[in-house]
Design a binder for this molecule. Sequence first.
Ligand code: GTP
Ligand code: MG
Length: 222
Amino acid sequence: MSNLYGDYNQKIDYVFKIVLIGDSAVGKSQLLSRFAKNEFSLDSKATIGVEFQTKTVALDHKTVKAQIWDTAGQERYRAVTSAYYRGAVGAMLVYDMTKRQSFDHMATWLDELRGHADKNIVIMLIGNKCDLGSLRAVPTEDAQEFAERENLFFMETSALEATNVDTAFQTVLTEIYRFFSKKSLAANNGTDNGNSGIKGIKIVVPNQEHDTGRKGGCCRSS
Ligand code: GTP
Ligand code: MG
């Protein structure tokens, strides 16, 4: 049961719904599992319908509960779209950097997202499986260019090696938090003219974080 209190009975200040989207087998469920439980499985089953997991994080002395929704990339297993996107304030658009097609489909996923979600939703493009650098089929620059054009955040991650996974979710949560705190400030000042949407882009350079402690060529473009 969800209520105002988290695992340790601390008060939850915000609940942010984040949705994961992208083709089947790009690693959405494993990214979620890595972030929420620090677990990873190589023989992950395709998701059927919708699942979600939560993780409570501290942001700026507030307690934020991330409620992350995960659905099937396979069309035949997907749940009703509009219900999935309803109330989402963040989205992770995930492709597999070793599968060009999964990147080429990002525009279609983005269209679907923009068609159903709130206009101020924070969106991050994620190139997953950067541990498989030698099989790379999507240059970092291509993804960066797409992200800049579409005003998205961008990171390359590995759910397997836990590279950039926390950073990606934390970045989205922080941006959402910034938006809501700015909005309540503006409302208090009576200056919220409805134009306080999220503007600008931030490209996060890959390989900034490597939280397994392993050094390697992950996420480098070459
Ligand atoms: P659907 O539920 O069908 O939409 O797929 P999904 O996007 O949830 O993919 P899932 O997380 O089930 O991962 C698919 C396969 O990719 C599994 O075999 C995972 O173990 C593997 N995988 C996921 N993330 C990574 C990663 O970062 N690196 C590598 N090498 N494999 C990964
Ligand atoms: Mg899945």
